[in-house]
Design a protein around this ligand. Sequence first.
Ligand code: SAM
Length: 265
Amino acid sequence: MPVRKRFGQHFLHDEAVIGRIVEAIDPRPGERIVEIGPGRGALTWPLLARAGRLEVIEIDRDLAAALQADARGTDRLEVRVQDALRTDFAALRGEGVKLRIVGNLPYNISTPLMFHLLAARTAIADMHFMLQKEVVDRIVAAPGGKDYGRLGVMLSIYATAERLFEVGRGAFQPAPNVISAVLRLSPEEARYPALAAQGAAGERRLQRVVTAAFSQRRKTLRNSLRGLVEPRDMEACGIDPRWRAEVLAPAQFVQLAVRAITMDR
Ligand code: SAM
């Protein structure tokens, strides 16, 4: 079967790495585990063996058909041929237990896919992803460093992120150009009640504030947030307008967005 580059296909073949990932996920019977991009089944079969049932979402029809035809699956493996970016995960969960999401993700869609999943976070118990190491470093970065930025701040609003371990290029076939790492994301439903109270408008405002602050990260907040947050409102939040984006904790971005939106009303 051809390797389809446009689908970001790099297949895991290192048994030790596969074992470590499955161990970190620790699948149990009764859980609803959904694997995104099962490919040739490197994670699928050990996950199925532990969980007893598994659902997979695969965009490549040929790979999906091969999994469907595999005798190890029978009625315990449910294969959906679809684009995970267009999957309605809240509908997929329905009335049942929350989903556990797993995926060695195609790196070109990993960021939009994480945001797509976090938009459905009330339907999700946790997520384990293989990602490009640099992306994981940015997601877990603490304020103050060069890796700290928009991606980490925005994800931290909705989830707790843990970097589990690195995976070298040789674990994949074909080998990617980059080192990978495994990330665990545990959605948090009510981390910032003041933001939640503002609904979708609050989320949009936060997005604009964080994007503006980091798109000109060398500038002071007074300059990068001109027209979005007034300096006096920064001060009211205990934030000095001469500071730069990288020193603000996620909670302080939330404070700024909530303050700005309330002052507009
Ligand atoms: N899980 C397998 C493994 O570890 O060997 C394959 C991982 S490979 C990096 C990514 C997989 O995601 C491929 O099977 C690819 O066809 C699939 N894929 C790519 N884009 C997708 C999408 N939008 N929705 C669902 N699956 C996708």
